[in-house]
Design a protein around this ligand. Structure first.
Ligand code: NAP
Ligand code: FE
Length: 361
């Protein structure tokens, strides 16, 4: 067994401002990586910029990261900043800017890197230091080494092969304050899927079960916020962020499984948000999983049965119809991928995969 989670995590109010010195210790010239709008609206960019000004670190801003960032975007950033003397990358936002920041920090460290570098296990995986400031509550990217990138050449999303962990994660629930209920639901369901998939996973061990159990108990506290039974408080926002980080630590240990693998083509073809695409398959995956472990996970997260969980996802996401042709493409992509077929803790053959993919038919 191995427990490797090399990220220094601070999770507290006014976290960015409280850790100016930790940021300053990592470099002299930063590249801030964000999406197009949200970081400038929720206060996260202003907090980071203020701190960098205070500690006299120069910075440039790359704010071109789209949802489900592409390899092309990573190299657009490399082309622009390769000769700018950047020695620190700060990713602010949801999983998209944080994942992009990791790949950008990798390719800026290696001037010779081309797109194939991201998918070549033989290449050196060292990167510039990375700071992550999450503003959604789902991916846990601030504590994982994974960068999921859109591959337009393959019409889907594929993680780069290198594990590039941030050095520092600065977590503060305040950035969730203005987020829509839809964004909160989509990202919190992504976190829940990480907690389930990391444990119902061929690579799960007691360390993964430890972080997942803590994450599931934490997640259970905000279930009512997702269902709309009550408004999100400041405390809830912190809990949502914490559940997401604990879920990230769990997938850092064992990875994700079939709901994630199945989600990528749906997101590519239908522009379904990540958490929602994963959530489409999650109840059927749980139904197919061995009852003992599955029910324990469901109970820890506040559900008495698979039926209750399925009805919860139905109520938070609403009706979701996926065209039959799309499901067929997804099925073919995953059934032909031997590693993905072996990723769950139980045997998944073509019949079981069909039950998970075509659950609605
Ligand atoms: P996202 O794609 O980063 O952001 C979704 C949307 O939410 C964007 O429009 C973004 O705006 C907006 N947004 C972000 N923070 C906001 C806030 N506080 N208030 C209001 N709007 C906000 O969403 P995500 O679900 O966090 O990330 C999804 C990506 O992460 C996918 O590519 C997925 O594959 C990946 N992922 C990675 C891991 C990992 O381990 N690395 C795990 C799971 C998923 P802007 O574009 O303007 O910022
Ligand atoms: Fe995910």
């Amino acid at each position: 067994m191995k427990f490797y989670m090399p990220v220094r995590v601070y999770d507290e109010d006014e976290c960015v401002k409280a850790h100016a010195k930790d940021i300053a210790a990592l470099g002299n010239k930063a590249l801030i990586v964000t999406g197009k709008h949200s970081a400038f609206a929720n206060g996260s960019f202003d907090d980071v910029a203020e701190v960098l000004n205070d500690v006299k670190i120069e910075y440039s801003v790359f704010s071109e990261v789209e949802e489900n960032p592409s390899v092309e975007t990573v190299f657009a950033a490399k082309d622009k900043y390769a000769s700018a003397g950047i020695d620190l990358v700060i990713g602010i936002g949801g999983g998209s800017p944080m994942d992009a920041a990791k790949a950008i920090a990798l390719v800026l460290k290696h001037p010779e890197a081309d797109p194939a570098y991201l998918y070549d296990k033989e290449k050196d995986a060292s990167s510039l230091p990375i700071v992550c400031v999450p503003t959604t509550c789902g991916t846990g990217s601030e504590v994982t080494g994974v960068s999921v990138l859109t591959r337009h050449d393959k019409k889907t999303k594929i993680s780069m092969v290198h594990k590039v962990f941030p050095t520092l994660a600065l977590i503060d629930g305040k950035y969730l304050k203005g987020a829509s209920q839809t964004l909160i639901v989509n990202s919190a369901m992504d976190a829940l899927s990480h907690l389930y998939e990391s444990v119902i996973n061929a690579k799960a061990d007691d360390y993964v079960r430890m972080t997942a159990a803590a994450g599931l108990k934490t997640w259970a506290k905000i279930k009512d916020v997702l269902s709309g039974a009550r408004e999100m408080t400041k405390e809830d926002a912190g809990i949502l962020m914490r559940a997401s980080a604990l879920a990230g630590m769990s997938i850092a240990g064992s990875g994700t499984s079939l709901p994630h693998a199945l989600s990528y083509a749906l997101t590519y073809d239908l522009s379904l948000p990540h958490g929602r695409a994963v959530g489409y398959f999650l109840p059927a995956f749980m139904e197919a999983a061995p009852a003992g472990e599955r029910d324990e996970l469901l109970n820890l997260s506040g559900f008495e049965s698979v039926e209750e969980f399925r009805s919860f996802t139905g109520s938070v996401f609403g009706e979701q119809d996926v065209p039959a042709e799309e499901l067929k493409r997804t099925y073919e992509l995953v059934s032909s991928n031997a590693a993905k077929m072996k990723s769950a803790s139980f045997t998944v053959d073509e019949e079981v995969l069909k039950q998970i993919v075509f659950w609605k038919k």
